[in-house]
Design a protein around this ligand. Structure first.
Ligand code: CAA
Ligand code: NAD
Length: 284
């Protein structure tokens, strides 16, 4: 069974920074890569803040917290991932961009390394086809925010081996997560069900059924969810929601997944949600 002493994470946005934190707290040496230097700086701040929240609540000792923060090394150079035992990719939700990265990674990382994707919806089988190691490619789908949410969804591609599956499941459990397994179909389990609800919330707003506040309060208080669906969409990122809906629409071929024009318009306008300070709501 792989030990995963060195864990590479690619994409230092909301998800990659949280995944890097989990890996560091679990005792791995982490290489967090992003092409954008500003993203690396923000990730460093967010990891330190988040670890501090666990320390101040007594859920992590000061020493383990400080050790975890020091275990994350930040880079923009793919070669720095050469020693990784597993690389978890969390870049933009685009099949073409992810495939290009997987093809490059395949040439750089050691032969035994696993390539995992945190994709929300894209076919693991197709990502694996960009590499010469399809048996070592797997979906490892964390929920946002990774340090808090208890689930990891694992998706096997057509050629993922039992060894790769077992090692990845063990790693997720070492991070303190519960694992569910999905077949490799667009959106897997969570987003197959969550995104149609979020899309319907946009249609409810778009067709004037209710205000955004009432839609969110209705679902939050009426169905006991921690956030209303529009607030959750802002939290996930409207660009991410739209990309997932497009994968569901093209992958499953059903018009019921057609992204709401209002969601499309917000993304076109750069209103990407909380991370940009404005989405359905204004956070500035
Ligand atoms: N690091 C450390 N601690 C954090 C944290 C972080 N990143 N984010 C929140 N917390 C802690 C807070 O310190 C707080 O702790 P206490 O209760 O002990 O004070 C606790 O979590 C709750 O946080 P807040 O009080 O700030 O706010 P909240 O009560 O609204 O909780 C939330 C925040 C946990 C995000 C909650 O609103 C929630 O669960 N929302 C729904 C999240 C969700 O559904 N995520 C899945 C999205 S789908 C997905 O991820 C898949 C995909 O592919 C799109
Ligand atoms: P994000 O926009 O916050 O961060 C993405 C990061 O990837 C950015 O910092 C960007 O600079 C970097 N990046 C993009 N292309 C790159 C490349 N070729 N090489 C290196 N870095 C690159 O996005 P996010 O919300 O963290 O989502 C990342 C992935 O995780 C997506 O596949 C998304 O579907 C998935 N995901 C998102 C959520 C969520 O709630 N946001 C939840 C689960 C899974």
């Amino acid at each position: 069974m792989a030990e995963f002493k060195v864990i590479g994470v690619i994409g230092a946005g909301q998800m990659g920074s949280g995944i890097a934190q989990l890996a560091a707290v679990a005792g791995a040496d982490v290489r967090l890569l992003d092409k954008d230097a500003q993203a690396l700086l923000s990730a460093k701040r967010s990891i330190s803040d988040s670890v501090q929240r666990f320390v101040s609540k007594g859920q992590l000792s000061k020493e383990v917290g400080a050790d975890a923060v020091a275990r994350v090394k930040y880079t923009s150079n793919l070669e720095d991932l050469q020693s990784a035992d597993i690389v978890i990719e969390a870049i933009v939700e685009s099949e073409d961009v992810k495939k290009k990265l997987f093809s490059e990674l395949d040439k750089i990382v050691k032969q035994s390394a696993i390539l995992a994707s945190n994709t929300s919806s894209i076919s693991i089988t197709r990502l694996a086809s960009a590499t010469k190691r399809p048996h070592q490619v797997i979906g490892m789908h964390f929920m946002n925010p990774p340090p808090i949410m208890k689930l990891v969804e694992i998706i096997r591609g057509a050629d993922t081996s039992d060894n790769t599956f077992n090692a990845t499941k063990t790693l997720a459990e070492r991070f303190g997560k519960t694992v569910v397994c999905s077949q490799d179909y667009a959106g897997f389990i969570v987003n197959r069900i969550l995104m149609p609800m979020i899309n319907e919330a946009f249609y409810t707003l778009y067709t004037g059924v209710a205000t955004k506040e009432d839609i969110d309060a209705g679902m939050k208080l009426g169905t006991n969810q921690p956030m209303g669906p529009l607030q959750l969409a802002d939290f996930i990122g409207l660009d991410v929601c739209l990309s997932i809906l497009k994968v569901l629409h093209s992958g499953l071929g059903d018009p019921k997944y057609t992204p709401c024009p209002l969601l499309v318009q917000y993304v076109d306008a750069g209103r990407l949600g909380k991370k940009r300070g404005v989405g359905v709501y204004n956070y500035r």
